[in-house]
Design a protein around this ligand. Structure first.
Ligand code: PEP
Ligand code: MG
Length: 320
Protein backbone atom coordinates (compact mmCIF):
# COMPACT_ATOMS: atom_id res chain seq x y z
CA UNK A 1 0.00 0.00 0.00
CA UNK A 2 2.81 2.40 0.98
CA UNK A 3 4.50 1.66 -2.35
CA UNK A 4 1.30 2.39 -4.24
CA UNK A 5 0.93 5.70 -2.39
CA UNK A 6 4.54 6.69 -3.07
CA UNK A 7 3.86 6.52 -6.80
CA UNK A 8 1.33 9.29 -6.35
CA UNK A 9 3.85 11.71 -4.89
CA UNK A 10 4.32 13.77 -8.03
CA UNK A 11 0.82 13.30 -9.37
CA UNK A 12 -2.04 15.77 -9.24
CA UNK A 13 -5.06 14.76 -7.18
CA UNK A 14 -7.74 13.68 -9.64
CA UNK A 15 -10.91 11.70 -8.96
CA UNK A 16 -11.96 8.65 -10.96
CA UNK A 17 -14.23 10.88 -13.05
CA UNK A 18 -11.43 13.34 -13.79
CA UNK A 19 -12.12 16.14 -11.33
CA UNK A 20 -9.08 17.84 -9.78
CA UNK A 21 -9.05 18.78 -6.10
CA UNK A 22 -6.18 20.26 -4.15
CA UNK A 23 -4.46 18.44 -1.29
CA UNK A 24 -2.57 20.71 1.06
CA UNK A 25 -0.71 20.31 4.30
CA UNK A 26 -1.06 21.87 7.73
CA UNK A 27 2.26 23.09 9.10
CA UNK A 28 3.51 24.77 12.26
CA UNK A 29 7.03 25.88 11.34
CA UNK A 30 9.26 26.24 8.26
CA UNK A 31 10.90 22.95 9.35
CA UNK A 32 7.71 21.14 8.37
CA UNK A 33 8.25 22.04 4.69
CA UNK A 34 10.36 18.95 4.04
CA UNK A 35 7.47 16.72 5.03
CA UNK A 36 5.07 18.62 2.80
CA UNK A 37 7.28 18.24 -0.26
CA UNK A 38 8.18 14.60 0.55
CA UNK A 39 4.52 13.75 0.70
CA UNK A 40 3.55 15.52 -2.49
CA UNK A 41 1.61 18.40 -0.96
CA UNK A 42 0.11 20.65 -3.62
CA UNK A 43 -0.31 23.53 -1.22
CA UNK A 44 -0.07 24.62 2.35
CA UNK A 45 -3.64 24.95 3.48
CA UNK A 46 -2.78 26.10 6.99
CA UNK A 47 0.41 27.55 8.41
CA UNK A 48 -0.22 27.97 12.13
CA UNK A 49 1.97 30.99 12.87
CA UNK A 50 1.47 30.89 16.64
CA UNK A 51 4.44 28.52 16.99
CA UNK A 52 6.65 31.41 15.92
CA UNK A 53 5.45 33.25 19.01
CA UNK A 54 5.67 30.34 21.45
CA UNK A 55 8.62 29.00 23.44
CA UNK A 56 10.42 32.36 23.72
CA UNK A 57 10.54 35.44 25.96
CA UNK A 58 9.31 38.20 23.68
CA UNK A 59 7.37 38.81 20.48
CA UNK A 60 9.17 37.82 17.27
CA UNK A 61 10.31 40.93 15.42
CA UNK A 62 8.98 41.98 12.04
CA UNK A 63 12.23 40.81 10.44
CA UNK A 64 12.18 37.39 12.16
CA UNK A 65 8.64 36.88 11.00
CA UNK A 66 9.37 38.07 7.47
CA UNK A 67 12.22 35.56 7.25
CA UNK A 68 10.07 32.66 8.44
CA UNK A 69 7.20 33.45 6.07
CA UNK A 70 9.58 34.03 3.14
CA UNK A 71 11.28 30.68 3.80
CA UNK A 72 7.96 28.87 3.61
CA UNK A 73 6.82 30.76 0.50
CA UNK A 74 10.11 30.15 -1.27
CA UNK A 75 10.08 26.48 -0.32
CA UNK A 76 6.63 26.10 -1.82
CA UNK A 77 7.91 27.54 -5.09
CA UNK A 78 4.75 29.33 -6.18
CA UNK A 79 2.29 26.77 -4.81
CA UNK A 80 -0.61 28.20 -2.79
CA UNK A 81 0.41 28.94 0.79
CA UNK A 82 -2.27 29.89 3.29
CA UNK A 83 -0.82 31.62 6.32
CA UNK A 84 -3.09 32.05 9.30
CA UNK A 85 -2.56 35.11 11.43
CA UNK A 86 -1.90 34.63 15.11
CA UNK A 87 -4.35 32.30 16.87
CA UNK A 88 -3.35 32.65 20.48
CA UNK A 89 -5.60 32.42 23.52
CA UNK A 90 -7.92 29.52 24.23
CA UNK A 91 -5.49 26.73 25.13
CA UNK A 92 -2.42 28.49 23.70
CA UNK A 93 -0.65 30.99 25.95
CA UNK A 94 2.44 33.17 25.61
CA UNK A 95 4.61 33.53 28.71
CA UNK A 96 5.42 37.17 27.87
CA UNK A 97 1.84 38.18 27.23
CA UNK A 98 -0.06 38.39 30.48
CA UNK A 99 -3.76 38.24 29.82
CA UNK A 100 -6.55 38.33 32.38
CA UNK A 101 -7.74 34.86 33.45
CA UNK A 102 -10.99 33.95 31.80
CA UNK A 103 -13.71 31.58 32.93
CA UNK A 104 -14.16 30.24 29.38
CA UNK A 105 -10.96 30.88 27.43
CA UNK A 106 -12.30 29.14 24.31
CA UNK A 107 -15.15 31.61 24.28
CA UNK A 108 -12.94 34.52 25.24
CA UNK A 109 -10.32 36.88 23.94
CA UNK A 110 -8.50 34.67 21.46
CA UNK A 111 -7.25 34.72 17.86
CA UNK A 112 -8.59 37.62 15.78
CA UNK A 113 -10.31 39.08 18.83
CA UNK A 114 -6.99 39.44 20.61
CA UNK A 115 -5.26 40.73 17.46
CA UNK A 116 -7.84 43.47 17.00
CA UNK A 117 -7.48 44.33 20.68
CA UNK A 118 -3.68 44.60 20.25
CA UNK A 119 -3.37 46.27 16.85
CA UNK A 120 0.35 47.09 17.14
CA UNK A 121 1.22 43.43 17.59
CA UNK A 122 -1.12 42.51 14.74
CA UNK A 123 0.24 45.18 12.41
CA UNK A 124 3.76 43.80 12.88
CA UNK A 125 2.61 40.39 11.70
CA UNK A 126 0.70 41.85 8.77
CA UNK A 127 3.73 43.88 7.67
CA UNK A 128 5.91 40.78 7.85
CA UNK A 129 3.43 38.84 5.75
CA UNK A 130 3.20 41.62 3.18
CA UNK A 131 6.97 41.92 2.95
CA UNK A 132 7.31 38.16 2.48
CA UNK A 133 4.53 38.08 -0.12
CA UNK A 134 6.86 38.72 -3.08
CA UNK A 135 8.51 35.32 -2.45
CA UNK A 136 5.60 33.13 -3.44
CA UNK A 137 1.86 32.59 -3.61
CA UNK A 138 0.64 33.98 -0.29
CA UNK A 139 -2.92 33.79 0.96
CA UNK A 140 -3.67 35.43 4.29
CA UNK A 141 -6.30 33.90 6.56
CA UNK A 142 -7.89 35.34 9.71
CA UNK A 143 -8.87 32.84 12.44
CA UNK A 144 -12.04 32.75 14.56
CA UNK A 145 -13.97 35.32 12.60
CA UNK A 146 -17.46 35.69 14.10
CA UNK A 147 -18.77 38.79 12.37
CA UNK A 148 -18.33 40.66 9.13
CA UNK A 149 -17.17 43.69 11.12
CA UNK A 150 -14.19 41.72 12.46
CA UNK A 151 -13.21 40.71 8.95
CA UNK A 152 -13.55 44.26 7.66
CA UNK A 153 -11.49 45.64 10.53
CA UNK A 154 -8.71 43.08 10.05
CA UNK A 155 -8.66 43.63 6.30
CA UNK A 156 -8.56 47.41 6.76
CA UNK A 157 -5.45 47.08 8.96
CA UNK A 158 -3.87 44.88 6.30
CA UNK A 159 -4.64 47.41 3.57
CA UNK A 160 -3.26 50.26 5.70
CA UNK A 161 0.02 48.43 6.22
CA UNK A 162 0.18 47.58 2.53
CA UNK A 163 -0.22 51.25 1.59
CA UNK A 164 2.46 52.22 4.12
CA UNK A 165 4.95 49.68 2.76
CA UNK A 166 4.31 50.83 -0.79
CA UNK A 167 4.85 54.43 0.27
CA UNK A 168 8.18 53.31 1.76
CA UNK A 169 9.08 51.76 -1.58
CA UNK A 170 8.98 48.18 -0.25
CA UNK A 171 7.59 45.74 -2.82
CA UNK A 172 4.39 43.87 -1.96
CA UNK A 173 2.55 41.31 -4.07
CA UNK A 174 -0.70 42.44 -5.67
CA UNK A 175 -2.03 38.89 -5.87
CA UNK A 176 -2.61 38.15 -2.18
CA UNK A 177 -5.96 36.53 -1.46
CA UNK A 178 -7.50 37.38 1.89
CA UNK A 179 -9.83 34.84 3.48
CA UNK A 180 -11.22 33.61 6.75
CA UNK A 181 -11.47 30.45 8.76
CA UNK A 182 -14.99 29.25 9.34
CA UNK A 183 -14.84 27.94 12.90
CA UNK A 184 -17.86 29.60 14.44
CA UNK A 185 -21.39 28.48 13.58
CA UNK A 186 -22.67 32.04 13.10
CA UNK A 187 -20.10 32.53 10.36
CA UNK A 188 -21.10 29.32 8.62
CA UNK A 189 -24.74 30.40 8.72
CA UNK A 190 -23.83 33.83 7.32
CA UNK A 191 -21.44 32.46 4.70
CA UNK A 192 -23.47 33.94 1.84
CA UNK A 193 -22.84 37.42 3.21
CA UNK A 194 -19.16 36.80 3.92
CA UNK A 195 -18.68 35.28 0.47
CA UNK A 196 -19.27 38.66 -1.14
CA UNK A 197 -16.22 40.12 0.64
CA UNK A 198 -13.71 37.36 1.35
CA UNK A 199 -11.56 35.69 -1.31
CA UNK A 200 -11.88 32.22 0.22
CA UNK A 201 -13.05 30.19 3.19
CA UNK A 202 -11.21 27.47 5.06
CA UNK A 203 -13.39 25.45 7.39
CA UNK A 204 -11.72 24.78 10.72
CA UNK A 205 -13.70 21.78 11.84
CA UNK A 206 -11.70 21.24 15.03
CA UNK A 207 -13.29 24.37 16.41
CA UNK A 208 -16.46 24.40 14.31
CA UNK A 209 -17.51 21.03 15.75
CA UNK A 210 -16.68 22.11 19.28
CA UNK A 211 -18.76 25.28 18.98
CA UNK A 212 -21.64 23.73 17.06
CA UNK A 213 -21.99 20.81 19.48
CA UNK A 214 -21.07 22.86 22.57
CA UNK A 215 -18.50 20.19 23.44
CA UNK A 216 -14.96 21.13 24.50
CA UNK A 217 -12.59 19.54 21.99
CA UNK A 218 -10.15 18.62 24.81
CA UNK A 219 -12.66 17.21 27.30
CA UNK A 220 -12.74 13.41 27.26
CA UNK A 221 -16.01 13.32 29.18
CA UNK A 222 -17.89 14.86 26.27
CA UNK A 223 -15.82 13.45 23.42
CA UNK A 224 -18.82 11.37 22.32
CA UNK A 225 -20.33 14.66 21.15
CA UNK A 226 -17.35 15.42 18.96
CA UNK A 227 -19.06 14.21 15.79
CA UNK A 228 -17.62 15.22 12.43
CA UNK A 229 -20.26 13.16 10.60
CA UNK A 230 -23.19 14.60 12.48
CA UNK A 231 -25.59 15.84 9.78
CA UNK A 232 -25.65 19.21 11.58
CA UNK A 233 -21.95 19.63 10.85
CA UNK A 234 -22.33 18.38 7.30
CA UNK A 235 -25.15 20.87 6.68
CA UNK A 236 -23.00 23.72 7.97
CA UNK A 237 -20.18 22.61 5.68
CA UNK A 238 -22.57 22.51 2.74
CA UNK A 239 -23.84 26.01 3.52
CA UNK A 240 -20.29 27.35 3.39
CA UNK A 241 -19.24 25.57 0.20
CA UNK A 242 -22.43 26.49 -1.67
CA UNK A 243 -22.18 30.14 -0.58
CA UNK A 244 -18.58 30.41 -1.75
CA UNK A 245 -19.28 28.85 -5.13
CA UNK A 246 -22.24 31.15 -5.71
CA UNK A 247 -19.80 34.07 -5.51
CA UNK A 248 -17.08 32.35 -7.54
CA UNK A 249 -14.89 31.82 -4.46
CA UNK A 250 -13.29 28.62 -3.17
CA UNK A 251 -13.60 26.68 0.08
CA UNK A 252 -10.99 24.56 1.77
CA UNK A 253 -10.97 22.63 5.01
CA UNK A 254 -8.05 22.55 7.40
CA UNK A 255 -9.51 20.78 10.42
CA UNK A 256 -8.73 17.11 11.11
CA UNK A 257 -11.91 16.13 9.30
CA UNK A 258 -10.33 16.98 5.91
CA UNK A 259 -8.05 13.95 6.14
CA UNK A 260 -10.65 11.55 7.50
CA UNK A 261 -11.40 8.48 5.40
CA UNK A 262 -15.16 8.58 6.06
CA UNK A 263 -15.43 12.35 5.62
CA UNK A 264 -13.45 12.57 2.37
CA UNK A 265 -16.11 11.04 0.09
CA UNK A 266 -18.77 13.28 1.62
CA UNK A 267 -16.62 16.41 1.30
CA UNK A 268 -15.91 15.52 -2.33
CA UNK A 269 -19.64 15.23 -2.98
CA UNK A 270 -20.26 18.54 -1.24
CA UNK A 271 -17.79 20.19 -3.64
CA UNK A 272 -14.92 21.02 -1.29
CA UNK A 273 -12.11 22.55 -3.37
CA UNK A 274 -9.11 22.09 -1.10
CA UNK A 275 -8.37 19.52 1.61
CA UNK A 276 -5.61 20.41 4.06
CA UNK A 277 -4.28 17.81 6.48
CA UNK A 278 -1.16 16.58 8.20
CA UNK A 279 1.46 15.91 5.53
CA UNK A 280 1.59 12.21 6.41
CA UNK A 281 -2.06 11.79 5.36
CA UNK A 282 -1.76 13.32 1.88
CA UNK A 283 -0.75 10.33 -0.21
CA UNK A 284 -3.35 8.08 1.36
CA UNK A 285 -6.02 10.72 0.68
CA UNK A 286 -4.83 11.14 -2.91
CA UNK A 287 -5.09 7.41 -3.42
CA UNK A 288 -8.60 7.33 -1.93
CA UNK A 289 -9.76 10.28 -4.05
CA UNK A 290 -8.43 8.65 -7.23
CA UNK A 291 -10.83 5.76 -6.58
CA UNK A 292 -13.86 7.98 -5.92
CA UNK A 293 -16.19 9.56 -8.46
CA UNK A 294 -17.29 13.08 -7.65
CA UNK A 295 -20.47 12.71 -9.69
CA UNK A 296 -21.36 9.53 -7.77
CA UNK A 297 -20.75 11.21 -4.44
CA UNK A 298 -22.85 14.22 -5.44
CA UNK A 299 -25.68 11.78 -5.97
CA UNK A 300 -25.45 10.59 -2.35
CA UNK A 301 -25.42 14.00 -0.69
CA UNK A 302 -29.14 14.58 -0.40
CA UNK A 303 -29.59 11.20 1.25
CA UNK A 304 -26.63 11.67 3.61
CA UNK A 305 -27.74 15.12 4.74
CA UNK A 306 -31.19 13.71 5.41
CA UNK A 307 -29.89 11.02 7.78
CA UNK A 308 -30.57 11.46 11.49
CA UNK A 309 -27.36 10.62 13.30
CA UNK A 310 -23.61 10.56 12.99
CA UNK A 311 -23.66 6.75 13.19
CA UNK A 312 -26.12 6.49 10.32
CA UNK A 313 -23.84 8.64 8.17
CA UNK A 314 -20.80 6.56 9.06
CA UNK A 315 -22.59 3.28 8.28
CA UNK A 316 -23.91 4.63 4.98
CA UNK A 317 -20.51 5.80 3.76
CA UNK A 318 -18.80 2.57 4.83
CA UNK A 319 -21.25 0.58 2.75
CA UNK A 320 -20.89 2.63 -0.44
C1 PEP B 1 -9.56 24.20 13.42
O1 PEP B 1 -10.10 24.79 14.36
O2 PEP B 1 -10.11 23.31 12.76
C2 PEP B 1 -8.18 24.54 13.03
C3 PEP B 1 -7.63 24.03 11.95
O3 PEP B 1 -7.48 25.37 13.87
P1 PEP B 1 -6.76 24.87 15.19
O4 PEP B 1 -6.84 23.37 15.20
O5 PEP B 1 -5.39 25.41 15.12
O6 PEP B 1 -7.62 25.51 16.23
MG1 MG C 1 -9.21 26.54 15.26
Amino acid sequence: QKAEWAKLKNEATVTKDGVAVELGANIGTPKDLVGVLDNGGEAIGLYRTEFLYMGRDEFPTEQEQTDAYAEVLQGMDGKPTVVRTLDIGGDKELSYLKLPKELNPFLGLRAIRLCLEMPDMFRTQLRALLRASVHGNLKIMFPMIATLDEFREAKALLMEEKAKLEAEGIPVSDQIEVGIMVEIPSTAVMADTFAKEVDFFSIGTNDLIQYAMAADRMNESVSYLYQPYNPAILRLVKTVIDASHKEGKWTGMCGEMAGDEIAIPILLGLGLDEFSMSASSILKARSQLSRLSKADMEGHIEHILGLSTSQEVEDYVKNL
